[in-house]
Design a protein around this ligand. Structure first.
Ligand code: ADP
Length: 420
């Protein structure tokens, strides 16, 4: 194993896992702290917690449990992954988690770098910017859970953690990895516990990644991890191999669409013109989930084995959705998710192994229903949507939220079945 990542939420974990694979590192993503006996072979293991907004003591306990699991597998480096907008106020838990991880690792110094220039998150003189403005002047100021009213990562870390923080400025970063390393040594010698790393460009992240590639603990967003992965790859990685463990397995498949986004509406429209399709009635989901799911499963099984995978869709246009919501409120959406979950379970029992799912919440419901504890990240179907293969079950999944994928997405998941 090259690195163990402790991520503070699921989508953040997916994000960093995708970056690592695209930089040539074979990666497995686990949902929550895995059972002690789970066998995983990967160069990177990303453990997704739900700690972003929880009290510091809970976040610390969960992070230490994840660390213990990783250390039991001789993981040589730990990465604490948080959001590129830091999402952690003066009372937040990023500092306490970093303090606890440092102590547990017997270390006394690490770096702080949420920068993700490709998404406009940059750090200059230790201040975090979102696009053209300081973090505190961005929409994050009004975030419902973590309102960010200070852009100084030095002040935020010093108020959350037990140590002092310094900055490695962009001017130093521009001089290359050796200069960064020398500056880190100087900050540590001056008694700092944390070094906030300036990063304005991907090239800066590559320099920083090379400089911190062998530290026992690094903290940051997904960008710095990509910089580290590139540094390892220069040494010994073969990028073509990284996605092999997650490559889609053969078997019977189904497409389940619970997203009502515009792109998903287009994807459903294109697909149902050519493939067997089943429109899902929200009223029946509300009235009789179990019976309706059985009916759907029977329909799926009655479709021809060859040819395109059958589609079941709740996806509908905005006006119809509004009407359903006005009549039933959130209950309709929950009932649809529960019906799809029951359907996935029944199809899995019937031997189906490929699940293409549209919708973030819908994907969560299906993954939970299938009892999957984690995935090997496979090749990309569309930007941000890889195939994933369950670590402990025979399932391959394509999990697509909202607007991801091209209009041909459902076809793109089964090129071997697209005629002509
Ligand atoms: P996205 O990633 O596009 O946001 P999600 O699955 O996260 O998709 O969310 C879509 C939500 O809308 C789900 O809870 C789903 O059950 C619900 N939904 C989808 N179609 C309908 C419908 N026809 N009526 C009511 N709710 C619907």
């Amino acid at each position: 194993m090259l690195i163990g990542v402790i991520a503070d939420d699921f989508t953040g974990a997916t994000d960093i896992a995708g970056f690592l694979v695209s930089c040539g590192v074979a990666t497995t993503q686990l949902i929550g702290v895995p059972p002690a006996d789970l066998a995983v072979e990967a160069e990177a293991v990303v453990i997704s917690l739900k700690s972003r907004s929880c009290p510091a003591d809970e976040a610390v306990a969960d992070s230490l449990a994840a660390l213990a699991w990783l250390r039991a597998r001789d993981c040589p480096r730990i990465y604490q992954k948080y959001c590129s907008t830091f999402d952690s106020t003066r009372k937040g838990n990023i500092g306490p988690v970093a303090d606890a991880l440092l102590d547990a690792l017997g270390a006394d110094f690490t770096v702080i770098c949420p920068a993700l220039p490709v998404n406009g998150r940059t750090i200059y003189n230790g201040y975090l910017f979102v696009g053209d403005v300081l973090l505190e002047d961005s929409g994050m100021r009004d975030h419902p859970i973590n309102p960010m009213t200070d852009s100084s990562l030095v002040r935020l870390m010093e108020s959350q953690s037990i140590g002092r923080a310094g900055v490695v400025t962009a001017a130093v970063v521009a001089r290359g990895p050796a200069a960064v390393k020398a500056e880190l040594d100087a900050l540590r010698a001056a008694g700092k516990r944390y070094a906030v790393l300036d990063a304005l460009t991907d090239a800066h992240l590559d320099t920083l990644g090379a400089a911190v590639a062998d530290m026992p603990l690094v903290t940051g967003g997904s960008g710095l991890a990509a910089g580290m992965a590139k540094a390892w790859r220069r040494r010994n990685q073969d990028p073509s191999r990284a996605a092999a463990a997650g490559a889609p397995q053969p078997g019977r498949g189904v497409v389940i669409s619970g997203s009502a986004s515009q792109m998903t509406n287009r994807q459903v429209a294109e697909y149902k013109a050519k493939a067997p399709s089943f429109p899902v009635d929200p009223v029946r989901c509300l009235a009789d989930q179990a019976g309706y799911a059985r009916e759907m499963a029977a329909w799926v099984q009655a479709q021809p084995r060859a040819g395109l995978a059958p589609l079941l869709y709740a996806t509908t246009d905005a006006a119809t959705l509004k009407d359903i919501q006005a009549r039933f409120g959130a209950a309709a959406s929950m009932a649809i998710e529960a019906t799809f979950a029951a359907l996935a379970r029944q199809l899995a029992e019937a031997g189906f192994t490929r699940f293409v799912v549209a919708g973030g919440e819908t994907s969560g419901a299906v993954v939970q229903a299938l009892g999957v504890s984690g995935f090997h990240i496979g090749p990309q179907i569309a930007p941000g949507v890889p195939w994933v293969r369950a670590v402990d079950k025979p399932y391959s999944l394509a999990l697509k939220s909202g607007n991801f994928g091209a209009p041909s997405f459902f076809f793109d998941c089964q090129p071997e079945r697209v005629a002509g």
